[in-house]
Design a protein around this ligand. Structure first.
Ligand SMILES: Nc1nc2c(ncn2[C@@H]2O[C@H](COP(=O)(O)OP(=O)(O)OP(=O)(O)O)[C@@H](O)[C@H]2O)c(=O)[nH]1
Ligand SMILES: Nc1nc2c(ncn2[C@@H]2O[C@H](COP(=O)(O)OP(=O)(O)OP(=O)(O)O)[C@@H](O)[C@H]2O)c(=O)[nH]1
Ligand SMILES: [Mg+2]
Ligand SMILES: [Mg+2]
Ligand SMILES: [Zn+2]
Ligand SMILES: [Zn+2]
Lengths: 205, 205
């Protein structure tokens, strides 16, 4: 469809620019409140924030960009208003403002939405899907497109597992049915469990 | 915009039909995995399912309609494919298939999405927003449109409160800033806490 074709063209330009400058770019997607911002802030506390930047996407408020900036990292907040996803044009403009340096890492936190961001390539090097264990093991099958092009599925909030009926094996099996190459990673952004494996994965990309 | 105007015209036709037959119609909206289906199944176990029907919306699968049918209630599953919300045309067709009886209750479970369903009137008599306490107290401000026209905000999964840093007062204050008339209701769909107040609210509509 025309909107998507236009978006993909701009995404390709973004990708060319970013990979040309060796900028590792992650598109973090998840439902509202799965822990994207918490995971990012905890991650930034463990990295050199001089070599990181964040593009934050939300309908309203700059709460998330404010939380990111508390770590010392640069952040740009995009407010989409009624819009339900970031698109490549928004990212192109944000890159123009941020001017990320060679060899840096650019995190993009997409609007909390398990549906629409799947259709909009931003020019990222990797898509990371975050599923909170509180959401249930059937979500990869019910919202397949977002897991279909994710390289990594972070299962967050594992500290709550003792209080839930979450079927971890079923969840991973469901995700692999949609995307055999997806790699699951168990994490608690609040307790720190699993953070080292996530940092290792980042470092290897 | 043209798509919305078209939708609203069909929604008005739906509303005329449903209210004309005294059919109480609830549009349940929330993020993926906040507990819409669990709440509905627990609710249906406490109601006379002969006088209830459910329209289920999901990108893929009929898991939710199957779960509803286990209670004895009639359910229709709509799969939206890439679509991120139910619209009035889909509801009109579903009503045509269900033919809900006079004085019955029609539950609509929208696609898990805190953004897009806000823009699409379905012809419901009431919009019910469900926020899981695991999602965080800032969500009403970050996703304002969905709370702006909800009559009721069900705060679900309160059984998990002892293990979370959820600021209940802040959440309610945030919701009332967006919509001074919204009524908060604390519920756990799994333990049953708060279910009587929810049934009372339903009975009074
Ligand atoms: N128990 C627990 N809570 C968590 C964890 N990670 C995040 N949270 C909580 O989950 C809530 C939502 O976290 P956020 O980081 O705002 O989630 P988000 O995905 O950025 O939300 P949006 O940007 O609005 O879509 C907050 O109350 C966090 O404290 C975790 O690992 N365990
Ligand atoms: N602890 C707890 N878990 C709950 C509660 N309600 C639902 N859940 C769990 O939350 C998960 C998701 O529940 P669903 O009913 O599928 O949520 P949903 O909103 O219908 O999800 P979608 O239709 O996919 O958007 C399941 O594992 C449920 O068991 C609750 O009150 N407390
Ligand atoms: Mg966030
Ligand atoms: Mg459901
Ligand atoms: Zn969308
Ligand atoms: Zn939409």
């Amino acid at each position: 469809q025309d909107i998507l074709a236009k978006n993909d063209a701009i995404a390709e330009k973004n990708r060319e620019f970013l990979s040309g400058r060796n900028i590792k770019t992650l598109n973090l997607v998840s439902s509202p409140g799965s822990g994207k911002t918490t995971l990012l802030t905890e991650t930034l506390k463990l990295l050199n924030t001089d070599h990181c930047a964040v593009i934050e996407g939300d309908q309203q408020t700059s709460f998330d960009a404010d939380r990111i900036r508390e770590t010392g990292a640069k952040a740009i907040q995009i407010n989409t208003g009624k819009g339900c996803h970031l698109d490549a044009q928004m990212i192109a403009e944000a890159i123009g403002r941020l001017i990320p340096e060679q060899g840096s890492t650019l995190f993009i936190e997409n609007v909390g939405n398990l549906v629409c961001p799947a259709a909009f390539d931003l020019g990222e090097s990797h898509k990371v899907a975050i599923l909170s264990v509180t959401e249930g093991e059937d979500k990869p099958l019910k919202y397949p497109d977002i897991f279909a092009d994710a390289d990594l599925m972070i299962l967050n909030k594992i500290d709550l597992l003792p209080h839930l009926n979450f079927d971890l094996d079923a969840c991973v099996a469901n995700a692999k049915r949609i995307n055999p190459k997806i790699q699951p990673l168990l994490v608690s952004a609040t307790t720190g469990e699993g953070m080292q494996a996530w940092l290792d994965w980042l470092a290897e990309r």
